[in-house]
Design a protein around this ligand. Structure first.
Ligand code: F6R
Length: 610
C-alpha cells in the first residue's frame, strides 16, 4: 500500500520519478506527489488523483533537480486530498518525507510536537515524521536525525527523506513495509518494488526491518536503528525488464492471463523432468527425514493466495494423506493456533510482503513449526523469513487482480503434495511419473483453452449488466468458484459470491431468479452427477447457468445457457484450467463496464498494513 520511488544521480530526476511511480501505481492511486532538490532548494508538486494527473501538473510546472523522491498513495489516515498527499514537510520547509505504512503512536507524537510549537498541515500519521526529524536535524545531521526520530515511532514504515541541508542524499528506512535500493552506474534508485527499477538496473539491496540507508550517487551506507553499520550484499534480479511492460495488451491483467502457460512452464522448469518421477526444490530447506516427520499441514494466506491454499488442502490430503487445513493469515496470527514442531506451515503469497501473512509466519516460527513460503517475489520479506521457500517464477505480476500468481501457486502446491506423497510412501515412482506427465501437459492445454477468449468475451457482453452473480463448485471446483467470484467483484464491482454447490439449498437458492447469473464449475470427476443436480435446481428457478465443463461433455448442453469447455485433464489439475475462463470472464465484464481494471477502486496490490 503506497509506493515510494527515489532517484539520485547525474540526470534530471523528474522523468525517473514519474516513470517509477507509474510502475508502482498498483500499490495505491488516490493521490501522488514528488519532491526534488535543485541547487540545494526543495521543490514539491502533488495532487489528488492518479499519476497521470500529477504528470499533467508537472508538464505545466516542471520541477528540476538530480535528486528526488515520489509517492503514490493509498489513504489510511486522512482522506485523499492535496494536503494529505505526500511528500510532507517540516515547519521550516527544509525537508520532505514520503512514507508507506502506519505510525501507530502518531496521535501522541502529534500532541507532543504541537505542544513544542510544531504546526501540522495534514491529517496524516506521516507528518509527525517530518517534524520529528526537523527537531534532530541541526544537531545530528540527516542520517542520524532520521534514525533518532524513528526510535520514537511505533508502527510500520518504509520512508524516504530529502533535505536542503544535505542536498546530495536520500535517507531511507524500513520497518514492515518493503524498500529496495537499486544500484546503477553513478546513480541509485529507491523503490517499494522491483518492477519500478528493472528498466534501469537488476542490482539491488533489500533493506531489512530496522535498517536505514544513506544513498548518494556514489554509495549506499546502511546502519541499523542502533546506529551500528550493516554490510549488505547486492542481489541480482534476473526478471526481464519487458515483463514489467504491457507488451501490446490493453491491460496488465489480460497480459498476465495470457502469460500463464509460460509462467507454469517456468515454475516447472528445473524442478521436474519429463518421464521422470523426480522433483527438486533447491530452497525448500527440508530433509527427507523432516518431511516424513510432518504430521499436519497448515496453509496460511490472504485473498486469492488463500484460495490456492484451499486447493492445497485437498491436494495434500489426497496425494500425501496428510491432515491439512487452510487459515486466513489474519485469523491464524491471533488465534493461539495449536501447532508444534511437526506442523508444517505453508505461507502462500505473491508479493511476499502481506502484513498478516508475514505475522502468521512469525507466529508459526514462535511455536516451533517449520515454515515454507510459496512466493513470487524473490528476496521478499516472507521469502526470507520462512525456513524454506519455493518461488513461483511467474515474473512480475502488476495487475492488482492476481492471475498468473494463482496458477503458479497451484503448480507449486501440486508438486509439493507429490513430493510429500512420495517421501511418505503414499505415491510410488510410476504414479509420480504419470502425475508429473499430466502436469507437464497443462501449459499446452491452457494455450488451447485461451483460444476460447472470443466466446468468453461474448458471454461477458451478456453478463455485463448483472448486479449480482453466484459461482458454484464442488470439491476442487469450490475454491475456483470462490476465486471466480473474487475476480468479478474486484475488477467489475459486481457483487458475486462463491459457494460449495451443495450449500445452495441451505440459503443462497433464495436469491435465484431470472436476473441471477450462476456460474457453475461442472467438471468431470466424482462429483459430476451431483453438480448436474445443482444445475437443475438453478434452472428450475429461472436462473441463467454459465457452465464451465470438461471437453467432450454432452450432457451439459441442454442444461446450461452458456458453456465454456476446458481441455480434459485429471481432477487434481482441473483447477489450473478451470480458473482461466473465470479470469477472462471477469476481465471482459470489467472492460464492458468501463472499469479501471489494473487499478480497481479501493484496492492496492500489496497489503502491507493489517
Ligand atoms: C486478488 C488479490 C488479493 C491477493 C491478497 C494476497 O486478486 O490479488 O486477494 O491475493 O492480497 O496477496 P499476496 O499473495 O501478495 O500475499
Amino acid at each position: 500500500m503506497c509506493g515510494i520511488f527515489g532517484y539520485v544521480g547525474y540526470k534530471e530526476a523528474l522523468p525517473f520519478l514519474v516513470e517509477g511511480l507509474k510502475k508502482l501505481e498498483y500499490r495505491g492511486y488516490d493521490s501522488a506527489g514528488v519532491a526534488t532538490l535543485d541547487k540545494g532548494k526543495l521543490f514539491v508538486s502533488k495532487c489528488v488523483g492518479k499519476i497521470s494527473d500529477l504528470e499533467s501538473l508537472l508538464q505545466q510546472k516542471p520541477i528540476a533537480g538530480e535528486i528526488g523522491i515520489g509517492h503514490t498513495r493509498w489513504a489510511t489516515h486522512g482522506q485523499p486530498s492535496h494536503l494529505n498527499s505526500h511528500p510532507h514537510e517540516d515547519c521550516r520547509s527544509e525537508l520532505v518525507v514520503v512514507h508507506n505504512g502506519i505510525i501507530e503512536n502518531y496521535m501522541e507524537l502529534r500532541q507532543e510536537l504541537s505542544a513544542r510549537g510544531h504546526k501540522f498541515k495534514s491529517a496524516t500519521d506521516t507528518e509527525v515524521l517530518a517534524h520529528l526529524i526537523e527537531e534532530n536535524l541541526e544537531a545530528e545531521g540527516l542520517f542520524s536525525a532520521v534514525r533518532k526520530s524513528l526510535l520514537a515511532v511505533r508502527g510500520s514504515y518504509a520512508l524516504a527523506v530529502i533535505s536542503e541541508r544535505e542536498p546530495g542524499k536520500i535517507v531511507a528506512a524500513r520497518h514492515g513495509s518493503p524498500l529496495i535500493v537499486g544500484h546503477g552506474e553513478d546513480e541509485k534508485f529507491l523503490a517499494s518494488d522491483i518492477p519500478a527499477i528493472l528498466k534501469y538496473t537488476g542490482k539491488v539491496i533489500y533493506l531489512d526491518n530496522g535498517e536505514l540507508a544513506e544513498i548518494s550517487s556514489e554509495e549506499t551506507r546502511i546502519i541499523g536503528l542502533s546506529g551500528k553499520s550493516v554490510s549488505k550484499k547486492l542481489t541480482f534480479i534476473s526478471w526481464d525488464p519487458e515483463s514489467a511492460e504491457k507488451g501490446g495488451y490493453s491491460h496488465f491483467m489480460l497480459k498476465e492471463i495470457h502469460e500463464q502457460p509460460n509462467a507454469i512452464r517456468k515454475t516447472i522448469e528445473g524442478r521436474v523432468e519429463a518421464d521422470s518421477h523426480k522433483i527438486h526444490f533447491d530452497e525448500l530447506n527440508l530433509t527427507d527425514e523432516e518431511i516424513r516427520r510432518v504430521n499436519r499441514v497448515v496453509f496460511t494466506a490472504c485473498g486469492t493466495s488463500w484460495h490456492a491454499g484451499l486447493i492445497g488442502e485437498y491436494l495434500f490430503e489426497q496425494l500425501a494423506k496428510l491432515p491439512s487445513e487452510v487459515e486466513y493469515a489474519a485469523e491464524f496470527r491471533y488465534r493461539n493456533p495449536i501447532i508444534d514442531e511437526n506442523t508444517l506451515v505453508i505461507a502462500i503469497t505473491q508479493s511476499g510482503e502481506t502484513a498478516d501473512t508475514l505475522a502468521a509466519v512469525w507466529e508459526a516460527k514462535a511455536r516451533n513449526a517449520k515454515t515454507i513460503a510459496i512466493c513470487n517475489v524473490v528476496g521478499s520479506t516472507i521469502a526470507r523469513e520462512a525456513h524454506g521457500v519455493v518461488y513461483t517464477n511467474a515474473g512480475p505480476e502488476i495487475g492488482v487482480a492476481s492471475t498468473k500468481a494463482f496458477t503458479t501457486q497451484l503448480t507449486v502446491i501440486y508438486l509439493l503434495a507429490l513430493l510429500f506423497g512420495k517421501r511418505r510412501g503414499i505415491i510410488d515412482d510410476n504414479e509420480a511419473t504419470e502425475l508429473i506427465r499430466r502436469l507437464i501437459e497443462i501449459p499446452q492445454k491452457m494455450e488451447q483453452l485461451l483460444l476460447s477468449e472470443p466466446k468468453i468475451e461474448a458471454i461477458a457482453e451478456k453478463l455485463s449488466k448483472a448486479t449480482n452473480a453466484l459461482y458454484l463448485g464442488r470439491g476442487k471446483g469450490f475454491p475456483i468458484a470462490l476465486e471466480g467470484a473474487l475476480k468479478l467483484k474486484e475488477v467489475s464491482y459486481i457483487h458475486a459470491e462463491g459457494y460449495p454447490a451443495a450449500e445452495m439449498k441451505h440459503g443462497p437458492i433464495a436469491l435465484i431468479d431470472e436476473n441471477m447469473p450462476v456460474v457453475v464449475l461442472a467438471l468431470a470427476g466424482r462429483r459430476y452427477d451431483k453438480i448436474l443436480g445443482n444445475i437443475e435446481e438453478v434452472k428450475a428457478r429461472g436462473g441463467q447457468v454459465i457452465a464451465v465443463a470438461s471437453e467432450g461433455d454432452t450432457m451439459i448442453t441442454e442444461k446450461s445457457d452458456e458453456i465454456i469447455y476446458i481441455p480434459s485433464t485429471i481432477e487434481s489439475l482441473s483447477p489450473l484450467l478451470a480458473v482461466v475462463p473465470l479470469q477472462l470472464l471477469a476481465y471482459y465484464i470489467a472492460v464492458k463496464r468501463g472499469c479501471h481494471i489494473d487499478q480497481p477502486r479501493n484496492l492496492a496490490k500489496s497489503v502491507t498494513v493489517e
